[in-house]
Design a protein around this ligand. Structure first.
Ligand code: HEC
Length: 372
């Protein structure tokens, strides 16, 4: 009999492989967890993002920044935060952030983003939040935290993330109070200032929809750091790249050189082709990347090149089987995200066995079809 053998990679005590359950190991949105401020809250996320364990001043600076960035100016977040100052006082360090109209919409385990190489990591842990304010609407935020490598994530000198994966997978063998207790302690370990990475936003406070990332940048404003927009991760600046000129010429030759990697979504998009924000309108066809003029042989050899280059970016992915938002304010999820979670469950099972390949950029599910 196998029962009683030491618990091994990705198997239960009895030796059977663990079937990962999304609701135990990958995504949580039940009110008992996400509405419990001892677990997570918008105020707690701002505390963790800030240097002063409060975050009021950082939030004020951040929301004002929406209206002053040269690449895109949006007034509503600034107006919203000015209203907070009027009702709670000018000193943002004294604001009660728990009174702000933001709800947590979900907690997301992104171990699928693991970087399986020396000096790598075990992906991210994310919390999404949405505004319930009548005016600042729709407005979604995503707080990203690093899942660092633990000692048992490297086996025989190879980074596999299997220790971390096993701990996540084992949650799928628990239920009820045991699962609840384990989740609370796991989340507490994950949500720390040390592991905070950055914030992402998708919002339509002004039409069209817009995506941005917000990274900590040193500041002379009296705060040690504020949030600024870096070039968006893996997002092509379609509007600029579609226009004939030196940038487009450079882009087409870069695609030609890197076509094999781009077609399998393994190509990091070079900084110079990425915008600091990207927009897409609801109800009108999106602007499609043009590869006209690309070497005909490359086009024939890699027919999926264009959709693959688009799918790794914010806008196309949030419009594929999703209506701009993946985890909605009412905590339901897009069809895209539901399929993604199934793919992530199978991927986590492989990680826990120590035999997962590195995931490509963009979707984990096989070949989602872009809207035209
Ligand atoms: C692979 C497709 C994909 C890409 C590319 C992508 N997202 Fe998302 N996004 C998701 C999914 C799925 C979620 C749900 C949480 C998760 O899985 O991390 C999400 C969640 C979010 C949320 C929380 C609100 C919501 O829609 O659920 C924000 C904000 C967000 N993404 C912004 C961005 C930004 C900014 C970029 C580009 C830098 C980006 N996303 C790129 C799929 C994608």
């Amino acid at each position: 009999m196998d029962s009683g053998v030491a618990t091994d990679a990705g198997v239960t005590d009895a030796g059977a492989p663990i079937t990962v359950l999304v609701q135990a190991s990958l995504f949580w949105s039940d009110a008992g967890v996400v509405d419990d401020p001892t677990v997570v809250s918008f105020a707690k996320l701002m505390r963790l993002a800030s240097h002063d364990d409060h975050g009021g001043r950082l939030l004020s600076d951040w929301f004002h920044r929406f209206s002053t960035t040269p690449h895109s100016e949006r007034a509503l977040p600034a107006q919203f935060i000015d209203e907070v100052a009027r009702s709670q006082g000018a000193d943002a360090t004294r604001w009660d952030l728990s009174r702000l109209p933001f709800v947590i919409t979900g907690i997301h385990n992104r171990i699928d983003l693991a970087l399986l190489e020396a000096g790598g990591h075990c992906g991210e842990f994310r919390v999404s939040a949405a505004s319930t304010d009548a005016t600042l609407q729709p407005f979604h935020m995503l707080f990203l935290f690093r899942q660092p490598l633990e000692p048992d994530d490297t086996v025989n000198g190879r980074v596999t993330c299997e220790g971390t994966a096993r701990r996540w997978a084992r949650l799928s063998t628990l239920s009820g109070a045991a699962l609840d207790a384990e989740l609370r302690s796991t989340f507490a370990q994950r949500l720390t200032r040390e592991h905070f990475l950055l914030i992402e936003t998708v919002e339509q406070s002004l039409s069209p929809w817009e995506w941005r990332q917000w990274v900590k940048t040193p500041s002379t404003s009296g705060l040690p750091f504020v949030f600024e927009n870096p070039p968006l991760f893996q997002q092509l600046d379609v509007e600029r790249l579609n226009v004939a000129g030196p940038l487009r010429t450079d882009f087409l030759s870069w695609v030609t050189t890197n076509a094999a990697l781009a077609a399998t979504r393994q190509l990091p998009i070079a900084d110079r082709f990425r915008p600091q924000s990207i927009r897409a309108a609801s109800g009108v066809p999106r602007q499609v990347l043009s590869l006209t003029g690309l070497d005909a042989q490359v086009q024939t050899q890699f027919p999926q090149l264009r959709p693959q280059l688009e799918l790794v970016g914010c806008a196309a992915c949030h419009m594929t089987d999703a209506d701009f938002v993946q985890t909605r304010a009412d905590r339901t999820i897009s069809p895209f995200y539901a399929k993604e979670l199934d793919a992530r469950a199978r991927h986590l099972e492989k990680l826990a066995r120590g035999d997962a390949p590195s995931a490509p950029f963009g979707p984990l599910q096989s070949m989602p079809v872009l809207p035209q």
